[in-house]
Design a binder for this molecule. Structure first.
Ligand code: ASP
Length: 327
């Protein structure tokens, strides 16, 4: 009996010791510094749009920013912040991701998303999903629970069912405003409204994520840049995190998200220099934009279209929402 007591006591002592070390580490790791950047798509949102519509976008971006800021300020992870911010935007019919996604040329919805962590380059992505309510959450599960990175079409939908994520009929994504835009979508210039988020948490970890319905009137089966790590999404704790929006084919050709990180790593560019190089020099005009931040919390949100819905908040107290240049 005495022996048993001794063993139980030793185990308890050991557990207390481990917990103590763990909580010390936890306390030490919180830097007090965080930054979050969000986009709601680059494109051609007219400056003279109805005031009410502008306010709807601004208040939605404000809500999204508050969700992410709260998680980061409370010591949550950039992974949780990015997923929850994008979930909110996916559930908001104003944006081209989840509910409110654009239409294929056949009048259906095929959704894409990707997420990446800068601490170990782990990534997950889905493309062409048709019944997954929140494609960014399925991307996270791909990253965390499979040995793979990108799942497509039926295989991705089936994986979502297997993981027990929220599943909806394809008609759930339908929104009457997007439907009208689709009917008029012979227009060459599009409004955008893809969503993306990059966050740096208090542990120094960067996560980037992007979610979209793709391009209005796209051919069925078309894959854009958003579900492609390196093109539409990239994160590396040594350099930066990036989420892109715009003409996906151009972002794929120019490997935009990875190249921003590579310019910093290989050529010693600052975040601003690397972003400017890709958005203003390499990409053709009117192709889109990015939101990005570096390991020190500096951020950039350049675009070469008329508008890009965007937002930033950080531990220095900045909190702003912008749509055009010189808002
Ligand atoms: N980049 C997205 C795509 O090409 C669309 C967008 O950002 O507007 O699918």
């Amino acid at each position: 009996m005495y022996r048993l007591n001794q063993i139980i006591f030793s185990i308890l002592f050991f557990l207390l010791f481990v917990l103590q070390i763990d909580s010390n580490l936890y306390a030490q790791q919180l830097s007090g510094k965080y930054t979050i950047v969000i986009h709601g798509g680059a494109g051609y949102f007219p400056k003279d749009s109805p005031e009410e519509l502008k306010q709807q976008y601004i208040s939605s971006l404000t809500e999204a920013l508050n969700i992410g800021k709260k998680i980061l300020a409370n010591g949550g992870t950039s992974l949780d912040a990015v997923e929850k911010v994008i979930n909110y935007l996916e559930n908001n019919f104003l944006f081209n991701a989840g509910k409110g996604a654009v239409f294929t040329s056949e009048g259906k919805h095929e959704l894409d998303a990707s997420i990446m962590q800068g601490k170990d380059l782990s990534s997950g992505a889905v493309t062409g999903v048709t019944i997954i309510k929140n494609p960014i959450s399925l991307s996270r599960l791909v990253m965390e629970k499979t040995d793979h990175i990108l799942f497509a079409g039926k295989g991705a939908d089936d994986l979502g069912i297997q993981f027990g994520v929220d599943v909806v009929p394809n008609s759930y994504f339908h929104d009457s405003t997007q439907y009208q835009k689709w009917l008029n979508s012979r227009l060459p210039k599009q409004q955008g409204e893809t969503v993306g988020c990059v966050a740096l948490d208090q542990y120094g970890n960067i996560t980037a994520g992007t979610s979209t319905g793709g391009r209005q009137n796209k051919m069925p089966g078309r894959v854009g840049d958003s579900p492609l790590i390196n093109a539409g999404t990239y994160a590396n704790n040594n350099t930066c995190g990036v989420s892109a929006t715009g003409w996906g084919e151009l972002f794929i050709k120019n490997t935009v998200a990875f190249n921003i990180s590579a310019l910093m790593e290989y050529k010693g560019y600052t975040l601003k220099q690397a972003c400017d190089e890709m958005i203003y020099k390499r990409l053709p005009e009117e192709s889109g934009g990015i939101v990005a931040l570096d390991k020190d919390g500096n951020y950039e949100m350049p675009f070469n279209t008329i508008s890009m819905m965007r937002a930033v908040a950080n531990s220095k107290g900045e909190f702003k929402i912008e749509i055009w240049n010189n808002n």
